[in-house]
Design a protein around this ligand. Sequence first.
Ligand SMILES: Cc1cc2nc3c(=O)[nH]c(=O)nc-3n(C[C@H](O)[C@H](O)[C@H](O)COP(=O)(O)OP(=O)(O)OC[C@H]3O[C@@H](n4cnc5c(N)ncnc54)[C@H](O)[C@@H]3O)c2cc1C
Ligand code: FES
Length: 268
Amino acid sequence: MKRGEDVIRYRQKMETKSFIIKENLHLTEKLYLLILEGSFSKSPVPGQFVHIKIEPFFLRRPFSIAFYQDNSLKILYRIVGRATEVLSMAEKGGLLSVIGPLGNGFPLNKKYRNIYLVGGGTGIAPLLFLTKHLSQQNCRITFFYGARTSQCIAFNILPYGINYVFSTDDGSYGYKGTVGDIMEHHIQRNDIPDVIYGGGPYGMLKQVAEIARRYRIPAFVSLENRMACGTGICYGCVTKIVNNKGRWVYKRVCKDGPVFSTKEVLWE
Ligand SMILES: Cc1cc2nc3c(=O)[nH]c(=O)nc-3n(C[C@H](O)[C@H](O)[C@H](O)COP(=O)(O)OP(=O)(O)OC[C@H]3O[C@@H](n4cnc5c(N)ncnc54)[C@H](O)[C@@H]3O)c2cc1C
Ligand code: FES
């Protein structure tokens, strides 16, 4: 019964919208910037995502909102498999069916003045949207951006007015090593942030969580578990979260997240 009710609620609440493809720009290597035009019934907040139908695939694919303003939605995506490959061939003027905004978003707090953003690969997407919000609040932002090589860095879409620190696995640009390592060097130089916001691969976020725990810094990260329904019904995206009794429970990344405090995630 509960499941049936969920489905009905889902159908009533989830608005599927048609967005027009304005641009589908090849940025670098396998990285693309998709610019869509369309409106949501509710304004998205940084950290939320959209679920996009890419024909002919049955399951929609989740993508973080990299920017949204005045009916213009930006998605930063990387070709990793079949659907993203098809998406890279989508042409200007075409229509895409979009559900969103979905998920919770990053918790914001005006008392956070010195802010670290740490992202790897397309995990920088939700952080780009976040920088737009934060830059209106007159706080100090340091953006740690990690990539495999210099070829994978999307320089031309990075907002101005922010202090960037780059790292690459092969040392072809910036610090050679993980983005977590370089972030920790900054902390060790006594630049202790009030908060860390992160997005990227699981291993990177796990390292960020460990550093945040060691230096007792609040940290919130956007998880990217594989998803099916994207709206809380199928429980296909669950992750282990430690509750206030110290026991772990399954939480849905699509509905209860995708942003979680690093303290509550059971990192495995
Ligand atoms: C909340 C959320 C936000 C996301 N935001 C973005 C974004 O802004 N930009 C972006 O490029 N991608 C993002 N992703 C990942 C994106 O959804 C997948 O890359 C996409 O669904 C892959 O589809 P595909 O058919 O091309 O690949 P598939 O054929 O489905 O998979 C190809 C390969 O990629 C791996 N893979 C697929 N999905 C994921 C995933 N979610 N996490 C880790 N590995 C995966 C598979 O294991 C496989 O090895 C996000 C995922 C989530 C859950
Ligand atoms: S993807 Fe179905 S519950 Fe999250």
